[in-house]
Write a protein that binds this ligand. Structure first.
Ligand SMILES: Cc1cc2nc3c(=O)[nH]c(=O)nc-3n(C[C@H](O)[C@H](O)[C@H](O)COP(=O)(O)OP(=O)(O)OC[C@H]3O[C@@H](n4cnc5c(N)ncnc54)[C@H](O)[C@@H]3O)c2cc1C
Length: 405
């Protein structure tokens, strides 16, 4: 059986499903194909203001808000023990006129909710299953599913994550690297309330972050993203819940009181990737298929959703009836380059500065935190850049900050 639509989105994670919904709302017929990954791994995503604007603009926020926990404060704690250690820096969303920087959502719950919306959105066909390969045909790209189904689209959007088959197929040149770190993730029950505050401890092995989650069965909850050496990750993943909770309590200096574990944990080896281009012939890459880096400052999916919003805009403005139009794709690639490059570089530098035991590097990092703590305009500019970057945000994310309105 062969199915043809304007756009074929490969990958049914958060980026693929959001792309499908946004592109269908823009008037394109869309097939979104992939394995739905709704395994519980204790992993959540903190989505910032620009991403929430996208979901509001698409009318999806009423479905997502009930599973999201607002993030009103971010506390950065230098826990490296370095010579220039400073008191914690606390950032408040209210300082930039927002009720919250964004919201934290369990990954699996986000994918489930978006899949449910995609199933009922006109012009979308959701095909669940494994894609085994791709081929170029005149004026379209075809995907072959494991069950023999062929899917064709004038444009192929690669939203198939880190090990993207679309990226390989497109032949784009990549730069890949790894870090001696694994992120251990878990959902925690906390004795004390989190006050909608995310706390990031910067340790010598990488950040250890507690991110607020909504209460369940009367229990305070938060999610954990703890970067550590592969050896420590292997040992901690083998601990029972009581022993792991005790190590977490110690690492976070007991700020949430006694901790309990909820459900399974996850372990994610840390690596980075950038692509020379986010496009190939009748192909565009979005989110982790096109770039990834460690979860520092919660930028990964937020950056990916900016790809999605820009792709929709480039196609709306420049595709002239052919979703795979080379000019529209080139417009998309040009618009995304700067943002992807600067975020990837900033996260890489921040991560490496923690791993290096170098006095001058410690000094620079501490000086940066001190400047953020003391210089109000700088702090506000950095906060705005983090949650809704200045410059050319795509239309779907352009609702003004209350402070700008
Ligand atoms: C520990 C951790 C914490 C993070 N925290 C944050 C955060 O707080 N904020 C933030 O913005 N980002 C965060 N990120 C990054 C964020 O999780 C990713 O950027 C995001 O999940 C990428 O979504 P995606 O849809 O591109 O890829 P994925 O979530 O990997 O989805 C890809 C989908 O494609 C499917 N697929 C792939 N290949 C095939 C195939 N051949 N056939 C069929 N299906 C296929 C997969 O099954 C999957 O469902 C974090 C990452 C990690 C590791």
């Amino acid at each position: 059986m062969t199915q043809h639509t304007d756009i074929l989105v490969a990958g049914a994670g958060a980026a693929g499903l959001t792309s499908a919904i946004a592109l269908a709302q823009a008037g394109f017929s869309v097939t979104v194909a992939g394995q739905l990954d709704t395994r519980r791994t204790g992993r959540t995503v903190a989505l910032f203001e620009a991403s929430l604007r996208l979901y509001r603009a698409l009318g999806l926020w009423p479905d997502l808000e009930p599973i999201a926990q607002p993030l009103r404060r971010i506390r950065l704690v230098d826990d490296t023990g370095n010579l220039f250690r400073l008191p914690p820096v606390e950032l408040e969303a209210a300082e930039i006129g927002l009720p919250a920087f964004g919201a934290n959502i369990e990954n699996a719950a986000l994918v489930e909710a978006l899949a449910q919306i995609a199933r009922t959105t006109p012009r979308i066909s959701l095909v669940e299953g494994q894609i085994t390969g791709y081929e170029h045909l005149p004026l379209c790209v075809a995907a072959l599913m494991a069950d023999g189904t062929r899917l064709e689209g004038s444009l192929l959007v690669g939203a198939d994550g880190r090990n993207s088959l679309v990226r390989q197929f497109s032949g784009v040149v990549t730069r890949q690297w790894s870090y001696p770190q694994v992120a251990v993730t878990a959902i925690l029950h906390d004795e004390k309330p989190h006050r909608a505050t995310s706390t990031e401890f910067h340790t010598r092995a990488g950040p250890c972050t507690l991110v607020p989650m909504g209460k369940r069965d009367g229990k305070h909850r938060s999610s954990l993203v703890w970067l550590m050496s592969p050896e420590d990750a292997e040992r901690r993943m083998a601990l029972d819940d009581v022993a792991l909770a005790a190590e977490i309590e110690q690492q976070v200096h007991g700020i949430h009181g006694r901790i309990g574990m909820e459900g399974p944990r996850g372990a994610f080896p840390m690596a980075g990737l950038t692509c020379e281009k986010l496009i190939g012939e009748r192909t565009a890459l979005v989110a982790d298929a096109g770039h990834y880096y460690p979860p520092i400052g919660a930028q990964g999916l937020n950056l990916g959703l900016r790809d999605v919003a820009q792709l929709v805009q480039s196609l709306e403005d420049h595709s002239h009836g052919d979703a795979g139009d080379a000019h529209a794709l080139s417009h998309y690639d040009k618009r995304r380059k700067g943002d992807v490059f600067t975020r990837s570089l900033a996260v890489d530098l921040m991560n490496r500065s923690l791993l290096l035991h170098h006095l001058p590097v410690d000094f620079m990092r501490s000086a940066g935190l001190a400047a953020m703590a003391c210089i109000g305009p700088l702090r506000r500019a950095l906060m705005e850049e983090g949650v809704a970057p200045a410059g050319r945000l795509p239309r779907l994310m352009r609702e003004p900050l209350p402070a700008e309105a």
